[in-house]
Design a protein around this ligand. Structure first.
Ligand code: NCD
Ligand code: ZN
Length: 363
């Protein structure tokens, strides 16, 4: 059995649902899922209940993360119509600012142009600005990035038009990076009947096979793979008005290593997009003595019942994947081994420039 070593994976886009919706996930279960999937650091989105939009809500989320997380966690602050100045003051403690330009789960949504422009102007250029911006919203965000000469990161790109526009913007020198999810790379709307109508609800929606192929054709434009781990309970997905979102932390690496086995990707492509580029785009310091051991030949069947996520389902149920995480070492300590999460709640660290400074001062 040959094992390969990879750096600890970093997921820049997860929903850990705390505070407010811990029946779907919390910092404990979500970071257990992260470790089982080979991730040693995750950046959590602010569309919680209440949403994270000010100092009080950010502090509350960071306190919960500090007490419960098993791997390292950063927390985004969410942009609202009137928090541009207040949000910018939190830049030292947040993983980044999230702009919701299009409709999705939760109440965070920026309408119109003025608030978007205010955030582009106020948020420090040296800290990550991430946007959910589909279609024409994407064009608006790219223009602001160019006008304010500030980097922007585009979340979960899913359409041919969008990835081509990002290519064009990069060629013109706009400081834009982007991420794509496993579900937009490996699924399309053709999979909806198999997955089921409620369960296949996700934002951005699953796209056409041609969109999916365009993402593969433009792999060089894709900086990061992000799971957009968005757990909702099975009863919710199968009920009335199913909320959008797929869990993804425990299947992402297996999907990508299967693509490596099929020679659609190289291992280097995966390490770049699940570690190196993510650390660069999000300004994350090395975690030090942190790595994962993977058995690239292991075949395993995806079963939600065996997962750490609280949501109880997966769109990949029953699929056979190649490549499995055997061991995770986080800062020199065994964090996951042979199917068991070992790191206790509270052993993860908060990822932010200020906590880094404090740690350096204490060291
Ligand atoms: C996300 C969620 O459930 O929080 N859902 C989704 O379909 N991706 C929200 C989001 O990332 O847009
Ligand atoms: Zn998301």
């Amino acid at each position: 059995m040959t094992h390969i070593q990879m750096p600890g994976l970093i997921d820049p886009h997860v929903h850990l649902r705390e505070p407010g919706q811990t029946h779907k996930e919390d910092f404990d279960s979500g970071t257990a899922a992260a470790l089982a999937g080979g991730f040693t650091a995750v950046l959590a989105m602010p569309n919680t209940q209440p949403p994270i939009t000010d100092e009080e809500s950010l502090d509350a989320a960071l306190r919960l993360a500090q007490a419960k997380a098993r791997c390292d966690v950063g927390v985004y602050v969410g942009a609202t119509a009137n928090n541009a100045t207040a949000a910018a003051r939190l830049a030292g403690r947040a993983a980044g600012l999230k702009l919701y330009c299009d409709g999705t789960f939760g109440s965070l949504r920026l309408e119109g142009l003025a608030s978007l422009q205010a955030h582009a102007a106020a948020w420090p250029a040296g800290r990550p600005l991430a946007a959910h911006a589909e279609g024409r919203s994407l064009a608006a965000v790219l223009l602001l990035a160019a006008l304010y000469d500030r980097p922007v990161h585009i979340c979960h790109v899913s359409r041919a038009d969008e990835i081509r526009l990002i290519r064009k913007a990069k060629e013109r020198g706009v400081r834009v990076t982007c991420e794509v999810t496993p579900h937009h790379l490996f699924l399309s709307e053709d999979d909806i009947p198999r997955i089921g109508p409620g369960r296949s609800e996700v934002r951005p929606r699953l796209a056409t096979p041609a969109d999916r192929e365009a993402l593969w054709q433009n792999l060089d434009v894709i900086d990061c793979f992000a799971t957009d781990h968005a757990p909702h309970a099975l009863a919710e997905k199968d009920g009335h008005e199913p909320p959008p979102g797929f869990p993804g932390l425990e299947t992402a690496l297996g999907l990508f290593l299967t693509a490596v086995a099929e020679r659609r990707l190289t291992l280097g492509d995966v390490v770049d997009r699940m570690h190196t580029n993510v650390a660069r785009v999000f300004g994350l310091a090395s975690q030090g003595d942190t790595h994962i051991e993977v058995d690239p030949d292991a075949r395993w069947e995806v079963r939600a019942a065996e997962m750490n996520s609280r949501c109880g389902w997966t769109p990949w149920e029953g699929m056979t994947l190649r490549g499995r995480v055997r061991r995770v070492t986080l800062r020199g300590r065994e964090a996951f081994a042979d199917g068991n999460v070992i790191s206790p709640p509270g052993s993860g660290r908060i990822l932010s420039p200020e906590t880094l400074e404090t740690e350096l001062e204490e060291a």
